[in-house]
Design a protein around this ligand. Structure first.
Ligand code: ADP
Ligand code: MG
Length: 139
């Protein structure tokens, strides 16, 4: 699913994530771009809902680097690079290997040293408008 979507609530942003989830298969990497508070985690919650893993548990994996949600159509791996600044540390995560048997969602994907090797990369940019408006571009 590609295109531009305008949302005016966290729930609407999650709904876009749910739709994207339907088109994902094992090995997919979802690269998320956007400022703090843009709605990246909200979007990942939507991915979790769409994959039928427990969305209630989805929060920013700030202290764990990676969270894993299983029990759905595919496992969801959720990484937030916000607090990682050492490129080697990011490299050590082994993004390409993690993704192989599930869906990997990466917040602050601009911090990745290179593009993931997988062909199944979906780029999601979330830009702030005024108030609760967000523009989500998916390519
Ligand atoms: P990020 O992970 O990008 O830092 P979060 O998803 O954690 O952002 O938080 C987004 C915040 O913005 C939440 O507090 C949410 O309620 C609020 N918000 C307001 N409008 C929207 C919208 N249209 N889409 C997503 N979040 C929104
Ligand atoms: Mg976040």
């Amino acid at each position: 699913m590609t295109g531009t979507f305008r949302t005016t609530s966290e729930e609407e942003t999650a709904a876009v994530g749910r739709q994207v989830a339907d088109g994902l298969s094992a090995g997919a990497v979802v690269l998320l771009y956007g400022d703090l508070g843009a709605g990246k985690t909200a979007f990942v919650r939507g991915l979790a809902e769409g994959l039928r893993v427990s969305p209630d548990e989805v929060s920013s994996p700030t202290f764990t680097i990676m969270q894993e949600y299983r029990g759905g159509r595919l496992p969801l791996f959720h990484v937030d690079l916000y607090r990682l600044n050492d490129p080697r540390e990011i490299d050590d995560l082994g993004v390409d290997e993690i993704a192989a048997d599930g869906v990997l969602a990466i917040e602050w994907a601009e911090k990745l040293p290179g593009r993931p090797a997988t062909a199944a990369a979906v780029r999601v940019n979330i830009a702030h408008g005024s108030g609760d408006e967000r523009t989500i571009t998916i390519e």
